[in-house]
Design a protein around this ligand. Structure first.
Ligand code: CAA
Length: 257
């Protein structure tokens, strides 16, 4: 098991949990933490015994943004050459479904990290925002793009231009989060959802994730074609045979992979 300094990684049955763990900095996403999260996700993604990854923080903060203290003395073109924040792309290359469990602050890079995940479950104490403008910059980990796709132009402009925070109810109304649960039950509820996802055929779950994600990258016609081809391809899997036979035989399916 690899030891990390800024995160905790645990596995329970087929669900792996990555806990951001810099409580004194409200889980500010330092470069070191970025490296560790990305490395952990890549390791878990290549493990066939992991069917779902959960990323969470503390009760007070999922993550209060990129590390402002680390960033403040950076300059151009240094930041351009080192491709600052560039490694986060590796997280979005993961094929295993990733669920963000957000309690407390998800601001700036914290909100952006949550949006890189496949779905967000929020505690009723969650606060989302893109306050970069108050620091003289703009979102740099995808916020202007993923927030706009998630909630539309009106709310995205509102958040990116004023830097205000949106609470869990507004985030759910706006389509940013999938579910809101009482803060005290956040991890339990998320583990149930993640366990459900992890109980599916992994091949099928990957196909479902890819199909939904394709809709953000292409036209409706191309997306429908991709979906149809992926659907057809699943008929080459044992899990399609097993899933449909199990239904007909009124029993639980036993997935092969
Ligand atoms: N970077 C570095 N340190 C941070 C931090 C961040 N993003 N957010 C909080 N901290 C640190 C604070 O400096 C403080 O440290 P000290 O105890 O050493 O002073 C500690 O965490 C606790 O924070 P506060 O005392 O401020 O806690 P609070 O409860 O009073 O306020 C808060 C909470 C409203 C979230 C406030 O901490 C805050 O505004 N944080 C910054 C939020 C922000 O601007 N995020 C965007 C960052 S830029 C970015 O993310 C770029 C991008 O697009 C990727």
């Amino acid at each position: 098991e690899k030891q990390f300094e800024n995160i905790l990684v645990e596995q329970k049955d087929r669900v792996a949990v990555i806990t951001l763990n810099r409580p004194k900095a409200l889980n500010a996403l330092s470069s070191d933490m970025e490296k560790e999260v990305v490395e952990a996700v890549e390791g878990l993604d290549s493990n066939p015994d992991v069917g779902c990854i959960v990323i969470t923080g503390s009760e007070k903060a999922f993550a209060a943004g990129a590390d402002i203290k680390e960033m403040k003395d950076k300059e151009y073109p240094g930041i351009y050459l080192e491709r600052f924040f560039g490694d986060w792309k590796r997280l979005t290359n993961a094929r295993t479904p990733i669920v963000a469990a957000v309690s407390g602050f998800a601001l700036g890079g914290g909100c952006e990290l949550a949006m890189m995940c496949d779905m967000i479950i929020a505690g009723d104490n969650a606060k989302f925002g893109q306050p970069e403008i108050t620091l003289g910059v703009i979102p740099g980990m995808g916020g202007s793009q993923r927030l706009t796709r998630a909630v539309g132009k009106a709310k995205a402009m509102d958040l990116c231009l004023t830097g205000r925070q949106m609470d869990a109810d507004e985030a759910e109304r706006s389509g940013l989060v999938a579910r809101v649960v009482p803060a005290a039950e956040l991890l339990d509820e998320t583990m149930k959802v993640a366990g459900k996802i992890a109980s599916m055929s992994k091949t099928t779950a990957i196909a479902a994730k890819q199909a939904v994600n394709r809709s953000f990258e292409t036209t409706l016609e191309e997306g429908l074609l991709a979906e149809q081809n992926a659907f057809y391809a699943l008929f080459a899997t044992e899990d399609q045979t097993e899933g449909m036979s199990a239904f007909a035989e009124k029993r639980k399916p036993e997935w092969k992979r």
